[in-house]
Design a protein. Structure first.
Length: 74
């Protein structure tokens, strides 16, 4: 999950796997695959950075779990 901020400064978490697109015009809007839209304070670049970091973290954790499983099998 990534944490984003509404224009009224309330924060909430979004599953980045369910984001269809992000657009700026001029406010940043997250459009979800179900059609829900969220206007947030973060820029498009910040959101892309958060999504990239989230996915990198998922891959790193999967790699650690896989390595631990292989070590247990030895």
């Amino acid at each position: 999950m990534i944490v984003v901020t509404r224009l009224n400064r309330s924060r909430f978490a979004v599953n980045p796997d369910l984001i269809e697109r992000v657009q700026e015009s001029p406010d940043t809007t997250i459009v979800m695959v179900d059609g829900a839209r969220f206007v947030v304070r973060e820029t498009m670049e910040e959101l892309i950075g958060q999504i990239t970091a989230f996915r990198a973290n998922v891959l790193a954790q999967a790699s650690r779990l896989s390595a631990a499983t292989r070590a247990e099998d030895l």
